[in-house]
Design a protein around this ligand. Structure first.
Ligand code: WT7
Length: 665
């Protein structure tokens, strides 16, 4: 966890009372209303959720039981007996509800002039077509489809097409390497992979299908690859093609046998909806499984109350759909509500650091959801970029991914929110499906740096290591006591890991892996991960995953990876590497090892600092003392606490010297 955040938040006392929403029909209008809803949701949990899902979703056949939960096994079932379809809820029903010609999706490509908008009807037709393409190539209910795509409309279309026919999508962030893609596709045994020739990023064309080709060398389950032509690589003869396997998206979509309508497959509430891989504390990413009825209920519920989404809003979440944030808050949540959602292909800094503000102004964005790392990066660029644009359309601001430090909060509040707009700091995880702890924008008084209060329906607590309740202000494990509809229902193909990761340490509770405290007002202050997971720019990276990539290099004997505080990324990756005896510690090899990790996992996993170490600090039983490595990485030169269990205490001073030589500080 990032120490600079914790220290600076320890004494944060400011309180901002909510301002009027400026619209009629605000969903939760006061703290009192929140409290009433919260109380009700705890006293009559099932009644609360039954009511919410019926308000928010269209069920083909009603559920007969709200919740059947056994938190020991665990076996959690929401809305049993009911059937529904997510694409029907996100598209079809809106056509009847008067939203046929309403803009569903505004897509801004990286080049300024690349803008495409889809009405709900247009999106519906494209989704039906692609659902038919998938069916034509043998995809049936329950089959997995891997999506490895840039932020282009075809990604949203492919997701909704999958869920329309009951196929389970597994999206792999396009920034991941061929190897990362391969392990995910192999694990979920996808039958079809959808990709694009390339990704456009910061003015460059980065080949994507080439990675897919490499990955698929050992993925026998994949029968077809559908390729979107994003960058014209084929015309330039820069694309490999496998005739028996590869299909062009644009050709398949316009075949005569591909109709713009396609029945929705009625899904049982607990049928799997998608798999999304996320890093854990062991080497192999876990395939988090979300199911149909509960997930969509939760995505819609949280989107509606946390962002106060209204019919007239233009809503923009800047995340990539390759992460859970994009799943729940670019696609499923907003579209279940019939909102207008913006999707952006590019990055905040290209061609200039006002790209985001330009988009806000251009489309009149009213709700804007981004990450603290983005705010910190844009803060550095100075105010001239924000002042160039009319940001008066904005009415709700949000953040996600890591605690937002009060300095960034204030900058966001003053310069983007004009000192008036609420900022909802949203705590949640891939596993939770949707936002768990956050302010409701026109109800909850805000404290910069606190995610504030749990949403109605969410029984969040802080417990000690022995499972007993922590006192106010006492740091502990953040757990959730009651099941909620959006919770994960499994780790794909690994029930043992599902149980041991989330439900074992604290019986009958969901263990988030985060540390937090609750202050005297009941506000949650998230401190960060308690496991060996680091948070780089709001993305979760398992240290074990990076370590196993490093030791896979022929020169490396051993590696230990920790997080270190970073002014923009929150945390960055610090790797200690012990080479095999005959290898030489050279600058060239240092560079090679960093590139190696980048290739093995993806650019996001590249170590910021890679220090060669003769030896690592180990206990006599051979366990690496990460606590010490974290201290050294953060620049500490003294106060290493109890080091009596170290096999060789002199290791510490050598490592400290090594760091000083390397970083000059
Ligand atoms: C981890 C989950 C949920 C979408 C983004 C990341 C950290 C997330 C906050 C926040 C403090 C946060 C936690 C959590 N985190 N949001 N508002 N304040 N910490 O999803 O990759 O599953 O990572 O991100 O440590 O456990 P993810």
């Amino acid at each position: 966890m990032s120490q600079h955040n914790i220290i600076s938040m320890q004494d944060e006392q400011r309180l901002f009372t909510p301002s009027p929403s400026g619209v009629t029909g605000t969903h939760i209008q006061s703290l009192k209303e929140y409290e009433t809803q919260y109380k009700r949701s705890m006293e009559d949990n099932e009644g609360f959720w039954a009511e919410r899902t019926n308000e928010l979703l269209d069920w083909f056949s009603p559920f007969t039981s709200v919740l059947d939960a056994d938190m020991d096994t665990p076996d959690i079932r929401w809305f049993s007996g009911g059937t529904l379809n997510v694409a029907h809820n996100c598209l079809d029903r809106h056509l009847e509800l008067g939203r046929k010609d309403k803009t569903a999706l505004i897509w801004q490509g990286e080049p300024e002039e690349d803008v495409v908008t889809y009405t709900y009807e247009e999106l519906y037709e494209e989704v039906c077509r692609f659902a038919n393409v998938l069916k034509k190539y043998g995809i049936n209910k329950g089959d997995r489809v891997a999506l490895y795509m840039p932020m282009i409309p075809e990604l949203t279309i492919a997701m909704l097409a999958c869920v329309r026919i009951g196929a389970v999508h597994s999206i792999v962030f396009a920034g991941f390497s061929a190897l990362s893609l391969q392990s995910r596709v192999m694990d979920c045994e996808a039958k079809v992979l959808v990709t694009a020739d390339a990704v456009l990023r910061s003015g460059r064309v980065i080949p994507l299908k080439a990675n897919a080709d490499e990955a698929l060398k050992s993925c026998p389950s994949v029968e077809h690859v559908v390729v979107v032509d994003r960058a014209g690589l084929a015309e330039q003869d820069k694309l490999e093609w496998h005739n028996e396997r590869d299909l062009w998206w644009h050709q398949e979509m316009r075949q005569n046998d591909i109709a713009p309508y396609c029945e929705c497959v009625p899904m049982e509430s607990e049928d799997p909806l998608f798999i999304l891989y996320t890093s854990g504390s062991t080497g192999k990413p876990k395939g988090v499984v979300h199911t149909t009825g509960g997930y969509l209920t939760y995505a819609a519920h949280s989107a509606q109350w946390v962002f106060d989404i209204q019919e007239s809003d233009v809503y923009w979440c800047t995340a990539d759909i390759g992460w859970i944030t994009g799943h729940s808050y670019i696609v499923y949540g907003p579209m279940a509500l019939g909102a207008t959602t913006v999707m952006f292909e590019g990055v905040p800094s290209y061609p200039s650091p006002d790209r985001f503000w330009n988009i806000v102004e251009k489309f009149g964005v009213t709700i804007f959801y981004t990450a603290p790392t983005v705010i910190r990066a844009l803060m550095r660029e100075g105010l001239e970029w924000t002042q160039r644009h009319d940001l008066s359309s904005l009415r709700v601001l949000g953040t996600v991914g890591e605690p937002i430090n009060p300095e960034a909060w204030m900058w966001y509040h003053e310069n983007i929110g004009k000192g008036e707009r609420p900022i909802v700091d949203t705590w949640w995880q891939t596993e939770t499906g949707g936002i768990m702890i956050a302010a409701l924008p026109f109800a909850t008084p805000l404290k910069p740096g606190s995610a504030t209060l749990p949403l109605p329906g969410i029984d969040a607590r802080i417990v000690r290591a022995d499972g007993t309740d922590a006192e106010p202000n006492e740091g502990g494990h953040l757990i959730i006591r009651k099941p909620w509809p959006g919770m994960l229902r499994g780790v794909f193909n690994d029930p043992e890991r599902y149980k041991s990761t989330y439900f074992e340490r604290f019986p009958k509770m969901y263990e988030s892996g985060d540390g937090a405290r609750v202050d005297d007002d009941g506000y949650f202050w998230i401190m960060g991960r308690l496991d060996d997971v680091i948070n780089v720019s709001g993305h979760r990276m398992g240290t074990a995953e990076i370590e196993s990539a490093l030791v896979a290099h022929p020169t490396v004997a051993e590696a230990a990876v920790v997080g270190m505080p970073h002014p923009i990324k929150g945390e960055s990756i610090y790797a200690y590497v012990t080479l095999k005896a005959e290898e030489e510690e050279t600058e060239e090899l240092r560079g090679q090892l960093r590139t190696w990790v980048r290739k093995e996992i993806g650019p996001i996993a590249t170590p910021e600092i890679l220090q060669f170490a003769e030896e690592l600090p180990k206990t006599r039983s051979g366990k690496i003392m990460r606590r010490i490595l974290r201290k050294i990485a953060s620049g500490s030169t003294g106060d290493f606490g109890d080091t009596s269990t170290l096999a060789d205490p002199s290791v510490i001073s050598e490592l400290v010297e090594g760091r000083t030589e390397l970083t000059g500080s």
